[in-house]
Design a protein around this ligand. Structure first.
Ligand SMILES: NC(=O)c1ccc[n+]([C@@H]2O[C@H](COP(=O)([O-])OP(=O)(O)OC[C@H]3O[C@@H](n4cnc5c(N)ncnc54)[C@H](OP(=O)(O)O)[C@@H]3O)[C@@H](O)[C@H]2O)c1
Length: 227
């Protein structure tokens, strides 16, 4: 059974990714800041072919990350890591005069939290014969058509994309990719976006790539997009 950890799996796109992976028969570790908040995801997966284990995990809290990694070590294996949790779509800010507290807080979660978790789990992912890392990124982090505003979020996603390239180079045998889910109707995305099922599908695709699949790429809806 493939074991997959999804961060921020208690709502939004992460919850849907967890449920879709469960439906494919994965053992899903439902990462959430609060195990109680993960209960609905765990219940939904339990009604599919999959298996679910709640994993208390605040990626911005180093002690919480350490505890979660220890729990994963106890479980013994990990094949897929979906780095989904993120905060602060700061449309109200400019890059030239931001509130640096907001920027720092966003980077603690979106960049450093994701980085620390992935570094700690890398040995487990390397040990898997089908290791996959999906960094849930955003077109807002594409340098190709980078505009102004949304500075904390944009910088965090540009940095995450850089880590995708570095981890892909440093982890032979593990397929590491960035995926933009498109504009999705969630608490972060607001109303008007597409359904979470559509946004999650491209992430699940990258999490379940065949062994000869791409690595070090940036995708939306299974298609490569410019960095
Ligand atoms: N929605 C869009 O249109 C869109 C577009 C492009 C990219 N994305 C990306 O897609 C991903 C999911 O976004 P979403 O729209 O589903 O966002 P969301 O509805 O705001 O959900 C964010 C999730 O991340 C979790 N989270 C935040 N900080 C955390 C932390 N420190 N530790 C653990 N979990 C934490 C939240 O948990 P709590 O419930 O505990 O807060 C929640 O489960 C993000 O990486 C986002 O940047 C979204």
């Amino acid at each position: 059974m493939t074991t997959s950890l999804v961060t921020g799996a208690n709502r939004g796109i992460g919850k849907e990714v967890a449920i879709q992976l469960g439906a494919l028969g994965h053992h899903v570790l439902v990462g959430s800041r609060d195990a109680a908040k993960a209960a609905a995801t765990v219940d939904a997966i339990a009604s599919t072919r999959g298996r679910a284990t709640a994993l208390p995990l605040d990626i911005a809290n180093p002690e919480s990350v350490d505890r979660a990694v220890a729990q994963v070590e106890n479980l013994g294996e990990l094949d897929v890591l979906v780095n989904n949790a993120a905060i602060t779509y700061d449309t109200w800010q400019s890059a030239i005069n931001p509130d640096f507290e907001v920027v720092r807080e966003a980077l603690e979660t979106n960049l450093f939290g994701t980085w620390q978790l992935t570094a700690a789990l890398a040995p487990r992912l390397r040990a898997s014969s089908h290791g996959r890392i999906v960094n849930v990124s955003s077109g807002a982090g594409a340098l190709d058509d980078m505009g102004g505003r949304i500075p904390a979020y944009r910088v965090s996603k540009v940095s995450l994309n850089a880590l995708t390239r570095m981890w892909a180079a440093e982890l032979p045998g593990v397929l590491v990719n960035s995926v933009c889910p498109g504009w999705v109707a969630t608490d972060m995305g607001g109303s008007g976006g597409r359904p979470v099922s559509d946004g999650a599908a491209g992430i699940v695709w990258a999490a379940t790539l065949p062994d000869d699949g791409p690595t070090g790429g940036f995708f939306r809806d299974q298609q490569a997009i410019p960095w």
